[in-house]
Design a protein around this ligand. Sequence first.
Ligand SMILES: N[C@@H](CCC(=O)N[C@@H](CS)C(=O)NCC(=O)O)C(=O)O
Length: 207
Amino acid sequence: MSKYVLIGSAGCGSVIIELAFARAKAAFVLEQIPYIEPGPERDRLLELNPLGQVPTLILPDGNILTESAAIILHLADAFPDAGLAPSASDPHRPQFLRWLVYIVGAIYPVSTFGDDPARWGLDEANQKKYRDSLEEYRLSLWKNVEEVADEPWFLGENFSAIDLYLAVMRNWRPGLGAFNSHFPKLAAIADKIGKEPAFAEILDRDF
Ligand SMILES: N[C@@H](CCC(=O)N[C@@H](CS)C(=O)NCC(=O)O)C(=O)O
């Protein structure tokens, strides 16, 4: 039987999808590639996903799914017992959708656009200014998430995939130490994810 094939890269958003598969106890094949390095692996990625981004997921029937939130919502449908998303009738569903899309739509691009400042045709001095202002902007974006975070999970009593995003993205710029000191509620949720052995194995490998 065909399996899910996840194309990812160490430390990238594909780790969120690895955690989701672990939570669902679902089989998948991980293809880790140096996603921005020119070469045959990137050429194949570009054929599957015109943005050349990871995560990119090949479904067992050959369909291609890109965009981590779309992948998460698909896995939530495919593996309902994993509790990746509140069900349609759950009162937490609207806020789950709101903050999932906020994280991928507002915060994630700030990381992606800052990964390689030279890409935007800036000279060295302006690359630094650009990155610094992205850093500041990103902190202001996370602050909004911190303000609405519940406990012990982001949505309260029940785990959701938003908790997985926190466990991965807190390792990105400005870095774990800065994230934890600015956003203690989000850090506590991410710590809790890191304590679950199935998640810890994946997170410890990359971060
Ligand atoms: N909206 C996408 C963003 C994915 C993304 O930006 N991935 C980064 C790696 S963590 C990437 O592939 N960057 C390469 C690029 O955008 O050229 C998602 O949520 O999956």
